[in-house]
Design a protein around this ligand. Structure first.
Ligand code: TYD
Ligand code: MG
Length: 457
């Protein structure tokens, strides 16, 4: 019989302690420690464990030139967005974590993948929903795939046994929080279970060379599946996000051992599943006949892909003591900084105004090149003078009001050009731009004052 002992785990960061503590010394969160049972004979157990490292297999150094490339072997998901965020398809034997808030569409995305891959065998393991619920969802998506198998199981070793028999090309596990391993005694969803199950899945994926997609719920503070430890174990972490009140969803790469982490995929949630959005600019720019004040369009890059997006600002007199500042899809501290720059460098008085900022489509923008569009939208609303909907912006704004260069400005200009914009404002410090190849007028400026003068002067 194996002896067990009690260990306390921080449910936030996964740190362990022999006794209960109120405040985690690692992540500084309060009241996150929970009791979990751990097997004392863990070392012995490891030998019995399936998918543990085999003792007699001795690793030998291999010349790097003899290591085969992964690229050729990547599996096409038939989904342009998913391929993009994975760095060009699924790498065999990789473990991919898909995180996201409940209800965002993780199960839909994965089921759709399982149904789309018609000439492949896909095993969809679910501990969350019954087979009939999944079938209902599959009917909604409306694709038939005889190679898609459902398995209602939460025991990891059983899952591996079934997977070995079926020998699928891909496995989807929905979700990590429902799995349990017989080697750990604590309940499903606890730190030690989640960690053990993920490690077992990783070993299984590596040994069988079958890629595994693992769905994980996000906790309220935004970390995937509670413990950060999970992110270290898996090869790729994708985050599915978006505002539930909008139909757009973004699949973002957080970590990728096989590709870039700056890629995003954009989807639209429709009545019959998720649709990949191939040309994001067309949906992120609202169609309007008249020019309205407070709107400016930024030319952004997410990963390798340029798109134009609308920023909307509303500046109104504040009737209460403290003016309100609120931003959706943009960092409110950055907005405050831009307001301070406009106060100091261009003489605007925002101190007595409420300021609201919104990025179209419920997207969250991190590209600093949107700064100039934000500034233009703010000043446009302040003056109540519209900016032409044929003007785009692509530059960062610094603390002294300088308009700074951004990367790959060529791509931003040509995207705006392609979409029929007449003018684009960029930084004077972006060098070596071949203006002859564009129809669009490129205005290079160095200070926000110049922007204000050009637009409203
Ligand atoms: P779901 O995939 O269950 O989310 P998660 O697994 O992340 O918790 O889907 C969530 C929402 O998507 C649900 O509210 C219904 C909606 N939905 C659609 O709008 N269209 C569809 O075709 C499907 C399958 C779901
Ligand atoms: Mg789900």
């Amino acid at each position: 019989m194996s002896k067990s002992k009690t260990i306390y785990f921080c449910q936030n960061c996964g740190n362990q302690s022999p006794k209960w503590v109120g405040k985690c010394p690692v992540c500084n969160e309060w009241n996150t420690y929970a009791e979990e049972l751990i097997d004392k004979n863990e070392e012995k157990l490891k030998e019995k464990r399936g998918y543990a490292v085999k003792k007699n297999e001795v690793a030998r150094p291999v010349p790097i030139l003899e290591v085969h490339e992964l690229e050729a072997a990547r599996l096409d998901t038939l989904d342009s967005e998913l391929n993009r965020v994975l760095g060009g398809g699924i790498v065999p034997g990789s473990l991919i974590l898909i995180g996201g808030e409940p209800g965002i569409g993780k199960s839909t995305l994965m089921l759709q993948l399982a149904l789309q891959l018609k000439n492949k065998k896909v095993l969809y393991v679910t501990g969350e929903e019954s087979d009939r619920q999944i079938k209902l969802r599959a009917d909604r998506i409306g694709i038939q795939n005889p190679g898609c198998y459902l398995l209602n199981e939460t025991n990891t070793q059983q899952i591996f046994k079934q997977a070995e028999e079926l020998a699928p090309d891909i496995i989807v596990v929905d979700s990590i929080q429902t799995l349990h391993s017989v080697y750990v005694e604590s309940p499903p969803g606890s730190v030690s279970q989640v960690r053990e199950c993920t490690a077992e899945l990783q070993r299984f994926a590596k040994e069988s060379n079958i890629p595994v997609f693992l769905i994980g719920h996000i906790t309220k503070d935004g970390s995937i599946a509670g413990p950060k430890v999970l992110e270290h174990i898996v090869d790729t972490v994708l985050q599915f996000e978006g505002d539930r009140n909008y139909t757009y969803r973004i699949l973002r790469t957080i970590k990728n051992r096989f590709g870039s982490t700056s890629e995003i995929g954009i989807y639209e949630m429709l009545g019959d599943g998720l649709r990949a959005v191939i040309n994001p600019s067309e949906i992120l720019l609202t169609q309007r006949d008249e020019n309205l004040s407070g709107i400016a369009i930024g030319s952004l890059l997410e990963g390798m892909r340029p798109f134009l997006i609308e920023t909307q600002a509303l500046v109104t007199p504040a009737f209460y003591g403290t003016p309100q500042r609120s931003a959706t899809g943009f960092d409110v501290r950055r907005m405050n900084m831009l307001l301070a720059v406009l106060e100091k460098r261009a003489g605007f008085r925002f101190g007595t105004k409420d300021v609201f900022l919104n990025i179209a489509g419920g997207l969250r923008v991190e590209d600093p090149a949107i700064d100039l569009a934000v500034v233009a939208a703010l000043v446009s609303s302040y003056n109540d003078i519209a900016v032409s909907s044929k003007i785009a912006f692509a530059a960062e704004v610094g603390l002294s009001g300088e308009v700074r260069a951004v990367n790959r400005v060529d791509q931003r200009i040509s995207e705006a050009d392609k979409l029929g914009f007449h003018k684009i404002f960029i930084s004077k410090f972006n060098q070596k731009i071949d203006l002859k190849k564009y129809n669009i007028e490129v205005v290079a400026i160095s200070k926000v004052q110049q922007l204000v003068a050009e637009l409203f002067g």
